[in-house]
Every structure is written in C-alpha cells, then in structure tokens.
Design a protein around this ligand. Structure first.
Ligand code: NAD
Length: 323
C-alpha cells in the first residue's frame, strides 16, 4: 500500500482526491492546502490529516501529488524529492527548463519516481493512436474553450497547448523549427495561439489552442501516407478514413462525382485518464511499469513548450530554428 499525500486542493487536486477510493494499492496519508479552511473542510470530510504547510504532511507519506499552482511546483517538488518522496506533479512540471532538469536529476540520484500529470497521455484514444501512427505527414490539433480565470498565471501554451505539444513530440521526436502566433485577450499572457512545429522528415504539426472561445473542442487529425486519423479527445474516439477515391461521372445532363473510401471506427478501451495516470504512478513506484515517457522526452517536450511560450512573450508573432 502506497501512502499518498495530496498537496493543493483546488480543482485538479480535488479531481485526484475523488479517484483515490477507486484505486487499489493507494492509501490517503493526508492533504494540504495553504488555505487552511479548505484543507480543514476537506480533511474532515475525508477523515484524513490536513495541513496548511506541506512539509508537515511529508513524514506521513511515501509519495505525493502536487496540484498546487504551477509557480510553486519546483520548490515543492524539490523539497519532496529531497525528503525521499516519489512525486507526481501536475503539468507543467515547471516554467523553467533548468529547474525541471534538476528535479529529474535529483529523482534519478535518489531512485525516486518523478512523473508529470500529462493526463492526455493516458487518454485511451491517444494510447491507441501511438499504435497506429505510421509515416505521419501532418498533425493538426485544436483545443479551445471558454476563459477560466484559474489559469491567468499560465499562458495558453502552458495551460492547454502543452498537451498537444507533448503528444506531437511523442510522435515527431525532435523539433527543428517553430512558428507561433497568438495574443493576450483576457490576461496579460497569450490567451490563444496558433503554432506550427516542423519535426524534420516530412512531419509538421499545426496546433490551435484558445481560451477565448464559446465552445469546448478537443480534436486531433493525423494525416499519414495511407490514412486520415481523426481523434476526439473528449469522447476518446478514433475514426480512420482510407483509400479515398473520387470519380467523375459524365451523365447526359450533368457531371457528378462519386467518392468512395473505407471508414473504420476503432475500438478504444476507455478508462478515466486521470485514474490511469495515478495507477501508472503507483505501478512505477512498485517497479511494475516503466515510466510511460522517458525524462528525456519530458524535458524535450517542456523545452518545446517553453520555446513557443517565449516566442509569444516577445510579441504576437515569432519563429525560431532550433539546434
Ligand atoms: N492535467 C491537467 O489537465 C490539468 C488541468 C488543470 C490544472 N492542471 C494543473 O494543476 C495545477 C493546479 O491547477 P488548479 O486548476 O487545480 O488550480 P486551483 O487554483 O484550483 O488550485 C490550486 C490550489 O493549491 C493551493 N495552494 C497554493 N499554494 C499552495 C502551496 N504552496 N501548498 C499547498 N497548496 C497550495 C491553493 O490554495 C488552491 O486551493 C496547475 O499546475 C495546473 O496547470 C492540470
């Protein structure tokens, strides 16, 4: 049984907490939030020790989940790793590449698991996608929704786009060039962005993310040599179109077109992605699973997101060729 401490009891922290009862091998050790009244109310409801200082929670826990605001991730994760705790930290791990690198080095030195809460990695459709992508040409993601003031301290890149950047990098590998356009609307940081990433070979990614929209949309199209893969993140669905053929039919009075194609709807095993992420963390701690992504991938994916973020910080448009 792994004793889990939960740090940060806002929206994301409470999503984690609500799943703990359903997960074998996890015992809640205690919870923490700097808002003492919130920690107390939730602690009483869950009959678990509650603290407003996370350091007091650490002696009770083998592992912690950090769901505090992003700007505190580095400091909290560093302390927890130095105290010998396995860490699951919400995305983005940090807003600084060197700090993330240091956290991974510390975890490796101490033989601890350090996972990032990139929940989309555990989306059943994304897991299936990895098995069917072959020779991709174009990766087009759209992730938009209404404004959520919770994230006013993170740009749209670190708030939402980071999920698609991470998935694109897991398919495309090393990025060679990036173009980014975006603008602040509701905050002082970019609230929407349109980004092109060139991965070399023939793969490019085009990602649109926004928190200025009236509808919530989460889609991904992958065009490859022999298929168009359409992925719906929300419903965890994948549809594939292959062998598209168009024929022109010359009739007496009109020219008509006939389109023929094969459409497959994939069977996707749908589990709650956050639950799968927590189970994977426990499994890594128990030595039963390898981390789903390597620290090298995690760092490269963060670096790409931070590069895009910094292009937008410089202005509404930027591009860079990467080494
Ligand atoms: N994986 C995802 O899809 C996803 C989705 C939403 C949020 N997140 C991430 O989760 C993190 C939290 O986001 P949220 O929406 O839950 O924010 P939130 O503001 O709702 O909650 C943060 C909570 O942390 C508490 N807190 C602040 N400083 C603390 C500290 N030093 N120690 C303990 N508690 C502290 C706050 O009082 C608040 O209750 C962010 O990093 C965000 O990027 C990830």
């Amino acid at each position: 049984m792994i004793k889990m401490g939960l740090i940060g009891l806002g929206k994301m922290g409470q999503y984690h907490l609500n799943l703990y009862d359903e997960i074998n091998g996890l015992a809640l050790a205690g919870i923490c939030d700097t808002e003492a009244a919130r920690a107390e109310a939730i602690g009483k409801k869950c009959s678990t020790p509650h603290f407003s200082d996370y350091k007091k929670l650490l002696p009770l826990a083998d592992a912690v989940t950090i769901a505090a605001p992003t700007k505190y991730h580095y400091e909290i994760a560093k302390t927890c790793l130095n105290e010998g705790k396995h860490v699951l930290v919400e995305k983005p791990i940090t807003t600084n590449y060197e700090e993330a690198e240091e956290l991974f080095e510390t975890a490796a030195k101490k033989g601890l698991v350090l996972n990032i809460g990139h929940v989309e990695r555990f989306n059943g459709a994304v897991m299936e996608l990895k098995k069917i992508v072959k020779n991709p040409i174009l990766f087009e993601a759209r992730r938009v929704g209404p404004f959520n003031p919770n994230f006013r301290n993170d740009s749209i890149v670190l708030d939402l786009m980071i999920h698609d950047i991470d998935i694109a990098a897991s398919i495309g590998g090393k990025a060679e060039a990036v173009q980014a356009m975006g603008s602040p609307v509701n905050t002082s940081l970019a609230d929407y962005a349109s980004v092109n990433i060139f991965f070399g070979g023939k793969l490019s990614a085009h990602i649109i993310s926004g928190r200025v929209n009236q509808t919530k949309e989460r889609f991904l199209n992958v065009t490859q040599d022999d298929a168009l893969i359409v992925l719906d993140y929300t419903n965890q669905d994948i549809n594939i179109t292959r062998n598209w053929q168009t024929a022109q039919i010359f009739g007496d009075k009109a020219l008509t077109y006939k389109n023929e194609f094969v459409q497959e709807r994939l069977f996707v095993y749908k589990e709650n992605a956050l639950k799968a992420e927590i189970k994977h963390f426990l499994s890594c701690i128990g030595g039963l699973s390898e981390k789903i992504t390597s620290p090298e991938h995690d760092l490269a994916s963060l670096k790409l997101a931070l590069t895009i973020d910094s292009l937008l910080l410089k202005g509404r448009y930027g591009e860079v060729v990467l080494n």
